[in-house]
Design a protein around this ligand. Structure first.
Ligand code: FES
Length: 203
């Protein structure tokens, strides 16, 4: 679907933040993902026009980074770190429990489009390993049992907004460190919820 005027205005605000238009490519791809759940063809065209690069250049970045999705994810994208710090802190069992609960293998989405499961490399929360992200909101110190409880909570409660701090309190354990900043905005899509790209509060 083509971008409406509201989305184009948001894109222009993002572009304004950068000295060169093309530097806004990453955030604009997330904007597209927030809108459609993946990087669709129309968004590639819109972004290419907005920042003056070719569609092939847009696609080459979108297809290189795994956080940009090439097909729609489920409502909740479960990303579990499998890199070294998480692995030695039992991420394998966390992964196994999530796979068993969802019935999904790596990079699969269930038929109801509730969950997409993926194993990912380090997500920068090594001090709080094992770390899990739900729609890119990070929860640290997740035990295998808590991972199951987290999946059950998502399936039964179906929260519209995912807020890292809330999930950390409910399902997390040891954190890397305290950010000392409360962030209750969260995300209501499978794109990161940080400003200015779009948060539940921005919508
Ligand atoms: S190794 Fe898992 S977050 Fe870094």
């Amino acid at each position: 679907m083509s971008w409406d005027s509201k989305l184009i205005d948001r894109a222009k605000e993002i572009i304004e933040l950068y000295p060169q238009k093309r530097s806004a490519l990453g955030p604009l791809l997330y904007l597209a993902q927030e809108k459609e759940g993946y990087i669709d063809d129309d968004s590639v065209v819109e972004i290419s026009k907005l920042i003056g690069i070719t569609e092939v250049q847009v696609r080459s970045v979108a297809s290189f980074y795994t956080m940009y999705k090439q097909e729609p994810s489920g409502k909740y994208l479960l990303s579990v770190c499998k890199s070294i710090s998480c692995e030695i802190n039992n991420s394998k069992e966390v992964i196994d429990n999530i796979k068993e609960f969802t019935g999904l293998a790596n990079n699969e989405t269930d038929i109801e489009s509730t969950f997409t499961f993926e194993e990912v490399e380090c997500i920068g929360a090594c001090g709080g390993a094992p770390a899990v992200q739900i729609n890119y909101e990070t929860v640290e110190g997740v035990t295998p049992t808590k991972a199951l409880e987290l999946c059950k909570y998502l399936k039964e409660e179906v929260p519209e907004v995912i807020v890292a701090d809330e999930l950390q309190d409910k399902f997390g354990g040891t954190k890397s460190f305290d950010w000392a900043i409360e962030d209750n905005s969260g995300t209501s899509s499978t794109a990161p919820g940080f400003q200015i790209i779009g948060t539940s509060e921005e919508k």
